[in-house]
Design a protein around this ligand. Structure first.
Ligand code: IMP
Ligand code: MG
Length: 182
């Protein structure tokens, strides 16, 4: 059964173009990092699709590490606060770390991950997100790179889910109230 949930906010072609552009920019900025010292740290599950696209626009030597955070359990569309399901790996000292997430919303997820990475004393730390919601953050945290600024609405697609679904949709879509299961 086809999934046509929600109203398209950003089309796949625009996402592909912009992700390539940001990937090239991050690559230039990491240009001075010694070979093998770049670690891309991706926050599962939401950043899975963005990461796959981004890394193919970054043809430099890097390793990839993952952690898993959950903040919108089940049918929640407001953050319940991040809970760590799989922690930051413990070999980041002296590395040039790039944290990748799908969306900067309240900021609590990225602030938590940032602090855990900084505790390991990396050589540098950057944050890249696919989407940045235009709203106040609950905690101070900024992304160094954001592919798109979006209004404060609940979106799915390109890795973002509602109740575990719609991550595979290639466009970013706004989930309308009638799309939310009661
Ligand atoms: P924050 O901790 O509130 O900044 O939220 C970050 C996490 O919440 C993201 O990594 C997403 O997994 C999830 N999230 C925030 N906003 C949305 C949304 O509009 N749709 C789907 N997931 C979202
Ligand atoms: Mg996430």
């Amino acid at each position: 059964m086809a999934d046509s949930t929600g109203r398209i906010l950003i089309r796949r072609e625009e996402i592909a173009r912009r992700v390539r552009e940001v990937g090239e920019q991050v690559t230039r900025d990491l240009g001075g990092a010694p070979e093998g010292d770049v670690v891309l740290l991706t926050i599962l599950t939401g950043a899975l699709v963005f990461t796959a696209d981004l890394i193919r626009a970054m043809p430099i030597r890097m390793s990839i590490a993952t952690l898993a955070i959950s903040s919108y359990p089940g049918r929640a569309t407001t953050s319940r606060g991040p809970s760590i399901e799989a922690d930051v790996p413990g070999r980041l000292e002296g590395k040039h770390v790039l944290i990748v997430d799908d969306i900067l919303d309240t900021g609590r997820t990225l602030a938590l991950v940032r602090d855990r990475v900084l505790a390991q004393r990396p050589a540098s730390l950057r944050i890249v997100v696919l989407l940045r919601k235009m709203r106040e953050r609950d905690v101070p945290v900024e992304a160094d790179y954001a592919c798109f600024e979006i209004p404060d609405e609940f979106v799915v697609g390109c890795g973002l889910d509602y109740d575990g679904l719609h991550r595979n949709l290639p466009d970013i879509r706004v989930l309308e109230p009638e799309d939310r299961a009661s």
